[in-house]
Write a protein that binds this ligand. Structure first.
Ligand SMILES: Cc1cc2nc3c(=O)[nH]c(=O)nc-3n(C[C@H](O)[C@H](O)[C@H](O)COP(=O)(O)O)c2cc1C
Length: 185
């Protein structure tokens, strides 16, 4: 496939079958991330691989978060919980915050976004489904998730990647043509 074809084939996959993701494939995802461009080679990323027992702890945090957030919507809480329960693998990705250097900290986040995109592309080659989550069950702004990964100082959570073998075919989303988004000066 050409690079454009690969980019067009990448999709957010949110439903997985129960098959575990092989360790060999997890290593490939992580390796692909580390080749992302990054300012001054700070390599500002860190990955927290969550499966098995650790995933049960993630589920507990998510359940507390959802119950607090949606106290009057138990069916929404249940639905969101089943999303996590049916996901075999989670990877939390952080970016290094550089004390007293807002600009470099921001550049670090851009680099981590590139790294996540590389993992997303790699996932499609490995026949895995992946979605980058920030909202809801992604928990990235919940202090409990930060604590769960070890309260790392000076690290900001950029995303939680949900990964697994796709359950079914997901339709391709569409895009606005670049011609509507480009100004030639
Ligand atoms: C920074 C970022 C945050 C996202 N957060 C979520 C999320 O919280 N929940 C979710 O279901 N999808 C999330 N997504 C996935 C997008 O919804 C998805 O990429 C978009 O719908 C386009 O679909 P496609 O990836 O299949 O082209 C996120 C994507 C990005 C880049």
């Amino acid at each position: 496939m050409s690079i454009l074809e690969v980019l067009k084939a990448r999709k957010a996959i949110r439903k997985y079958n129960p098959r575990e993701v092989e360790e060999e494939k997890i290593l490939k995802l992580l390796e692909s991330a580390t080749w992302a461009p990054n300012d001054r080679l700070r390599e500002p990323w860190h990955f927290y691989v969550i499966r098995g027992e650790a995933k049960q702890q993630y589920e507990k945090i998510a359940s507390d978060f959802l119950t607090e957030r949606f106290p009057t919507k138990p069916s929404l809480v249940q639905e969101s919980m089943s999303v996590i329960q049916s996901t075999p693998l989670l990877v939390v990705v952080t970016s290094d915050i550089i004390p007293d250097d807002v600009d470099s900290s921001e550049d670090n986040e851009y680099a981590v976004a590139c790294a996540i995109h590389s993992m997303w592309l790699m996932a499609s080659e490995l026949e895995l489904g992946l979605v980058w989550r920030t909202r809801g069950v992604g928990l990235i702004r919940d202090e409990r998730l930060h604590k769960f990964i070890g309260s790392p100082e000076n690290k900001k959570i950029i995303g939680t990647l949900f990964v697994g073998y796709p359950e079914s075919e997901t339709p391709r989303t569409t895009r606005t043509s670049f011609s509507n988004k480009t100004t030639w000066l």
